[in-house]
Design a protein around this ligand. Structure first.
Ligand SMILES: Nc1ncnc2c1ncn2[C@@H]1O[C@H](COP(=O)(O)OP(=O)(O)OP(=O)(O)O)[C@@H](O)[C@H]1O
Ligand SMILES: [Mg+2]
Length: 510
């Protein structure tokens, strides 16, 4: 046996969405026999780990040392939480006390929670840890069997799935090797979810706007009287959203992995998220936060849709928090211990009534709101938020005859095919530019990719003059026109594309 030798082994913590190395070192110290302490800023879960480790070791065919043992988790200034250090602590103790015949090479990482009987339980954050492990040049990651599918998405890293401490001991001592996982190729299913657009009667303009939104990742605000179908329309979005690319899927899965929201055994998030938080949700639930910061709804909606129904009912302060994420695609969460960032690049789909009674824009039903009430209502959503919404549309109430007569519209499948083609045009264009969709273009990129011919230029020019459009509105129109051209399969933006883009301006320009 390699007695009292190297007992320092590696584990990892999740900080934000990234993995960081943690050293786990067990030592035998003079003092009372049989005591066992863990140091290095552990939280309650790590302290509880002592009981689990002791019992798991005893149930794995090794006796627990009758010595005073101190386990140090380093670096000390990194807060460690959760039960994922059980496994490395157990391995380290067995090594230090000569109960495990294994020489660590310094390039293996152990993560896993131990059950009292020695079984290894799943932990959250296995995917970010695997990604960090590869980046840091590690060779092997020992993960709970239940997290193996997540970890094996990372290539060039040996993934050893561990079911129990006993099994791991046999593996490390070379008695019975665990077979490393094969890295599987990923197949994206394009199962259709959500309501099919064909079931929404009429509302052609709204459907078209949602198609543009999905194609170029533009934000939409639908305004209209009660019962006009805004919620119904928004809920058709999942059925037309484009398939995820592998990179997008990994980004999203990392977020869900850190939030502890991956179903056990689930490898990868394969469908674009559609999140619809209620207006009574807390600020932390919406944007993220908490003592151990967790991603909020806006991050869970990353690369998908954030649907805010009854938009005016959300507290104004909460909507203000969306300003930075809407601009940068990132949310910054400040805490005493420094700030932390999560990705949050989502398509905002918002729906609201134009006034408290809902009928201000209805041609037939009389609005009963006092003017002051309407002003108060509309002021709940600030100018800067409205300014970040590209597509503004009125969803009118449908006449009964139209509702019953109208033939079924295009199916989501056909719309989605157009959207996929438009996305392909965008990814070709933006290759190596660090952006994926038209909505993310900077002003400089708009100039580069949205060149206009003379006629289109003249049309846009007169619109800007007559409607007193702001610079931001100008760029917004060009970005939308770019998406409309991509949907039409055109290399250059044509005059009808500009003309259509002009229709989606807010009624009151900001
Ligand atoms: N164009 C349509 N085709 C088919 N069904 C529709 C259409 N418009 C509305 N409906 C039906 O009418 C009902 C009300 O629609 P929905 O809840 O989407 O309205 P809303 O605009 O969100 O209203 P509110 O402002 O009150 O939230 C739903 O049951 C929906 O299925
Ligand atoms: Mg509604």
């Amino acid at each position: 046996m390699t007695n009292f030798m190297a007992s320092k082994i590696l584990s990892a913590a999740v900080v934000g969405l990234d993995g960081a190395l943690v050293e786990v070192e067990a030592e035998i110290v003079p003092g009372s026999i049989g005591s066992f302490v863990i140091v290095g800023l552990p939280d309650a879960a790590v302290q509880e780990s002592r009981e689990r480790v002791r019992s798991a070791v005893l149930n794995s065919g090794r006796d627990f040392p009758h010595k005073k043992i101190a386990v140090n988790l380093a670096p000390a200034d990194l807060r460690k939480s959760g039960p994922s250090y059980d496994l490395p602590i157990a391995v380290s103790i067995l090594l230090t006390t000569g109960r495990l015949n294994f020489a660590p090479g310094g390039r293996e990482i152990f993560i896993g929670e131990l059950a009292l009987n020695g079984q290894v339980r799943s932990v959250s954050g296995a995917l970010p840890i695997a990604i960090a492990a590869r980046r840091l040049g590690m060779q092997t990651l020992y993960v709970p069997q239940a997290n193996a599918n997540e970890a094996k998405l990372v290539k060039e890293l040996e993934i050893i799935p561990v079911k129990s401490l006993r099994e791991l001991i046999n593996h490390l001592e070379g008695k019975k090797k665990i077979i490393p996982l094969e890295h599987s190729e990923i197949i994206f299913d394009d199962t259709e979810t959500g309501n099919d657009m064909a079931h929404v009667r009429g509302q052609e303009q709204a459907k078209r706007a949602l198609e543009i939104a999905a194609a170029g990742a533009h934000n939409v605000l639908m305004s209209g009287p009660p019962g006009s179908g805004k919620t119904l329309l928004a809920r058709t979005m999942p059925s037309i959203l484009p398939k995820l690319t592998l990179d997008e899927a990994l980004e999203i899965t990392k977020i869900y992995s850190v939030a502890g929201m991956l179903n056990e055994g689930a490898a990868l998030i394969k469908l674009r998220p559609f999140r619809a938080p209620h207006h009574t949700a807390s600020g932390a639930a919406l944007v993220g936060g908490g003592t151990w910061p967790r991603p909020g709804e806006i991050s869970l909606a990353h690369r998908g849709v954030l649907f805010l129904d009854e938009f005016a009912e959300f507290p104004r302060a909460m909507l203000e928090n969306l300003r930075q994420p809407l601009e940068d695609g990132i949310v910054t969460i400040s805490r005493a211990a420094g700030s932390l960032q999560f990705p949050a690049r989502f398509i905002l789909v918002a729906a609201m009534n134009p006034c408290p009674c809902g009928y201000k824009t209805d041609p037939e039903k009389q609005c009963v709101c006092a003017p002051a009430q309407i002003v108060y209502y509309q002021k709940k959503i600030s100018g800067p938020i409205l300014d970040r919404i590209d597509l503004h549309l009125e969803v009118p109430r449908m006449k009964f005859e139209k509702l019953t007569d109208e033939a079924a519209g295009e199916s989501s499948k056909i719309i989605r095919e157009r959207i996929e083609r438009a996305r392909a045009a965008q990814s070709g264009r933006f290759q190596g530019r660090g952006i994926i969709t038209n909505s993310e273009m900077s002003s400089k990129q708009v100039q580069e990719w949205c060149a206009l011919n003379y006629e289109s230029q003249a049309l846009l020019h007169s619109a800007v003059d007559q409607l007193h459009l702001s610079a931001r509105a100008y760029y917004r129109i060009l970005k939308i026109a770019r998406t409309i051209a991509d949907l039409a399969g055109e290399i250059n933006i044509q005059t009808p594309h500009i003309a259509e883009a002009l229709q989606y301006r807010p009624k009151v320009e900001n």
